[in-house]
Design a protein around this ligand. Structure first.
Ligand code: NAD
Length: 453
């Protein structure tokens, strides 16, 4: 690299090494391009928030919680009872081992693909050059043919809670030395629901405070109601339509009322990290939401793409990965299939997962909807798992029999939704799925069974 104002040239400069950025780097390298991948944390940043403090640690925590909660079934099956105690330090070591292993695997793939990972903070200087400030001080200029912005998002701070040491964001939960007795979670969205589920199963007394009229306000209402029932069964108190006014001596304040809590977890959404990218230098004007406006192929300008949480759409790792593929295809001139189905998954108890249209959106589009419903308990396997709650709903066009979408509630819904995503991508009829032979005894058989609603 050359220090100073003489720019180094790279075919593709990518900013941010999360699931969007690193996937874009691998794709661009596979297309024969020279690639610089810039991340504030350099090699250690590979995997991004998802790997280090989001998707992976939270699912590790949920796995711990499921194992601890499995105590009831253990004794029913004839295993010795477990007292439910958890060594959180050992959990963290286990979780860190998973994060390191997965990160190393990606770092290895990047190295073998010839991607240069650079530690630094990148900012557009103009539509063709990126300035990268390194942690050591010197800055570098890269002249690029194409740039892909993949800096993700940051947790939104609630002014009423900011600056108080009793308040942490979700990522702080995985670094605790021990679990609190009582926790208040502000925000009943994806994070609030998943963390609330895990902590309640680990014996924490949890209250979820949600501003909207219901938890998961953007998710299918019926599935969200199943999740609310599940949370209440775990002892979680749900306060919806509630306005947090601040913190008092007794805990979280909702006006005059105090929600007693040793720990407050703020999970009120995330905002795209678009403010320090120098977008104006390239003539890009972010949307009021902070997202970078793009076309369907994720191009913000003919040479600059924005992907993942930075671009409009759901803030999901698999959406970021899909964006990366669309963006690289557009920038290197490769074909791409275009708009794709994005499954939505929540690792609650029961799990929920959806893809395609739900009943409401299908009806709004003018379809005459037939809903085919199967209770999870109809699968023999669910009884062996001790997880019989939930139902699988297929949304079908009554006139053509075409599958329009699926909303699944229940154990392993987050795994089973993949089959429906494939069916929608392939344009299958609902009967195509039902007539496919599925192995017995598995939960996948639920796709073949249909009960009157
Ligand atoms: P979210 O947008 O899912 O939920 C935020 C919730 O906070 C909303 O229900 C909102 O109504 C509520 N809220 C906003 N202001 C509030 C206030 N002042 N008081 C009380 N409630 C308030 O965001 P999140 O849960 O923070 O998750 C962040 C991102 O992470 C999302 O984009 C989500 O897609 C992603 N995520 C995905 C998964 C998954 O795919 N399973 C899991 C966790 C997180």
């Amino acid at each position: 690299m050359v220090v100073g104002e003489m720019p180094e040239r790279a075919d593709v400069v990518i900013v941010g090494a999360g699931p969007g950025g690193y996937h874009a780097a691998l794709e661009a390298a596979a297309a024969g391009r020279s690639v610089i991948l810039v991340d504030r944390d350099g090699d250690a940043g590979v995997g991004g928030v998802c790997l280090r403090e989001g998707c992976i640690p939270s699912k590790a925590l949920l796995q711990l919680a499921a194992a601890a909660r499995g105590a009831d079934l253990r004794s029913e099956m004839g295993l010795p009872a477990h007292d439910g105690s958890v060594d959180f330090a050992r959990f963290r070591a286990w979780k860190d081992g998973i994060v390191t292993r997965l990160g190393d695997a990606v770092r290895d793939r990047l190295r073998r693909a010839g991607v240069e990972v650079v530690a630094g903070t990148a900012r557009l200087r103009d539509a063709r050059t990126m300035r990268v400030e390194t942690p050591e001080g010197p800055s570098f200029l890269y002249e690029f043919d194409a740039a892909i912005l993949a800096t993700g998002s940051r947790a939104i701070e609630l002014p009423a809670l900011s600056g108080d040491p009793r308040v942490i964001h979700a990522s702080g939960v995985f670094e605790l030395d021990e679990l609190p007795e009582r926790a208040a979670i502000v925000g009943g969205g994806y994070i609030g629901v998943e963390l609330g589920t895990a902590l309640a199963k680990l014996g924490v007394r949890v209250t979820i405070v949600e501003a909207g009229a219901r938890i998961l306000p953007t998710f299918d209402a019926s599935a969200a109601s199943d999740v609310a029932t599940g949370l209440r069964k775990l002892g979680v108190e749900l306060r919806t339509g509630a306005a947090v006014t601040g913190l008092g001596d007794r805990g979280l304040m909702l006006g005059d009322e105090a929600i007693t809590a040793d720990l407050v977890i703020s999970a009120v959404g995330r905002r795209p990290a678009s403010d320090s990218l120098g977008l104006d230098a390239a003539g890009i004007v972010p949307l009021p939401s902070g997202h970078v406006p793009t076309d369907a192929r994720r191009l913000a300008t003919p040479r600059i793409a924005a992907i993942g949480d930075l671009a409009p759409g759901p803030g999901l790792a698999h959406k970021a990965t899909a964006d990366a593929e669309a963006a690289v295809a557009a920038l290197v001139g490769n074909p791409h299939p275009g708009e794709q189905q994005i499954p939505l998954v929540i690792f609650s108890d029961p799990e929920v997962a959806a893809v395609g249209l739900d009943r409401h959106s299908a009806e709004e589009l003018g379809y005459r909807v037939e809903e085919r419903v199967t209770p999870v308990a109809a699968a023999g396997k669910s009884w062996i798992l001790g997880e019989t709650t939930g139902r699988h709903r297929r949304i079908v066009d009554a006139d053509s029999g075409l599958l329009l979408g699926a909303v699944l509630t229940g154990t392993h819904a987050t795994e089973l939704i993949g089959e429906y995503a494939l069916a929608l991508e392939a344009g299958l009829l609902a009967d195509d799925l039902a007539l496919t032979i599925h192995p017995h005894p598995t939960l996948s058989e639920l796709a073949t069974l249909s009960f009157a609603p």
